[in-house]
Design a protein around this ligand. Structure first.
Ligand code: SF4
Length: 324
């Protein structure tokens, strides 16, 4: 039997190139090797209470991108976290075995406190327990993570060990599948590509809109005039060429250094390659978007399949904790 993978992502709406080259392509490739449980974690999104009015739209658009990019609802369980409310019960039960001191030392909690000092809510401190419940409710053995998320997974493993010690072996300790997600910088060339920062390129854009976005990117500041030689090694457009134009990299670098190519032409080259790479994705997205209730049905089916596992796990937990 294949091992089970779990991964959750916040409902950020339409996905951008950073999401696509990182998480989404990884999700798609894991489908062959594992039984995958992929969840849009809408409850986690409530810790900041930002823009809750867009939650449903964001879930819809994000799932549309995932499906069009190759996530297969026949192979993977795709659902929304709150559609399987058992996770909230398991969160409460796991919170009873989690010392508060473990949660207060989590670095991201301290960062969040700084980011939203006006709203340091209970959900913020309990976030790692809910994340643990997300994983262990489905008895996932493997969690794909970047190096920066390792401390979170270690905390989940500690909670699992404590539960298993107190109530008998119940959950597998989830193992990290270390994944080196490429760092995709945004159009400003400084910060990680992010919708919140407005420096992103959505993968579902039209060809024309993609060209427009790419044209706004900052390049080598030393190239003030077309005749100025450039430094591709510090240019974000050049970094992106690595993913979309890998066979022309050396040529582009040489032409940039000798000012044989200007930044506008170089950006156009990149934008055209992005458009041609994403053409099948965009066509598939349009086809799926035209099917009435398609996303709703995929999510309902995913939630139903997830709930079969969730109910079984929760029953076992309640039995072991003496609740039934
Ligand atoms: Fe960057 Fe290309 Fe301009 Fe060189 S020519 S600075 S690689 S955009």
């Amino acid at each position: 039997m294949k091992s089970r993978v779990f991964s959750g992502a916040r409902p950020t709406g339409r996905q951008h190139l950073g999401n696509y080259l990182g998480a989404i392509q990884n999700y798609v490739s894991l489908q062959g090797e594992y039984t995958c449980v992929y969840c849009i974690v809408d409850v986690h999104a409530l810790t900041s209470l930002e823009d809750t009015g867009s939650l449903q739209k964001n879930i819809h658009e994000m799932m549309l991108d995932w499906l069009a990019a190759g996530l297969d609802p026949q192979k993977s369980i795709l659902f929304v976290q709150s559609h399987v409310p058992e996770v909230m019960q398991l969160h409460t039960l796991l919170s009873m075995v989690t010392p508060l001191s473990w949660l207060l030392r989590v670095p991201t909690f301290k960062e969040k406190v700084k980011l939203q000092p006006h709203n340091v809510n209970y959900g913020l401190v309990g976030y790692p327990v809910l994340m643990t419940a997300d994983i262990v409710l489905y008895k996932a053995e493997v969690v794909p993570v970047g190096e920066d998320q390792l401390p979170h997974l270690e905390l989940a493993r500690e909670i699992v060990r404590r539960f298993n010690n107190l109530f008998g072996n119940t959950f597998p300790e989830p193992e990290a599948k270390l994944t080196s997600f490429p760092l995709i910088l945004g159009l400003d060339g400084k910060e990680k590509m992010s919708k919140q920062l407005g420096n992103d390129i959505e993968i579902a854009l039209s060809d024309e809109a993609t060209i427009e976005r790419v044209m706004t990117a900052l390049t080598d500041p030393a190239r003030r005039y077309r005749s100025d030689p450039g430094h591709p090694e510090i240019c974000n457009i050049y970094r992106l060429q690595r993913y979309f134009n890998p066979f022309q990299l050396d040529d582009i670098a040489e032409q940039c250094r000798s000012a044989k190519i200007g930044c506008v032409d170089c950006k156009m080259l990149l934008a055209r390659e992005i458009n041609s790479t994403l053409k099948p994705f965009r066509e598939q997205r349009a086809t799926l978007a035209a099917k009435p209730r398609y996303i709703t049905n995929v999510l309902a089916d995913g939630a139903q399949r997830a709930q079969v596992i969730a109910r079984e796990t929760l029953k076992e937990v309640k039995l072991k904790m003496g609740l039934i």
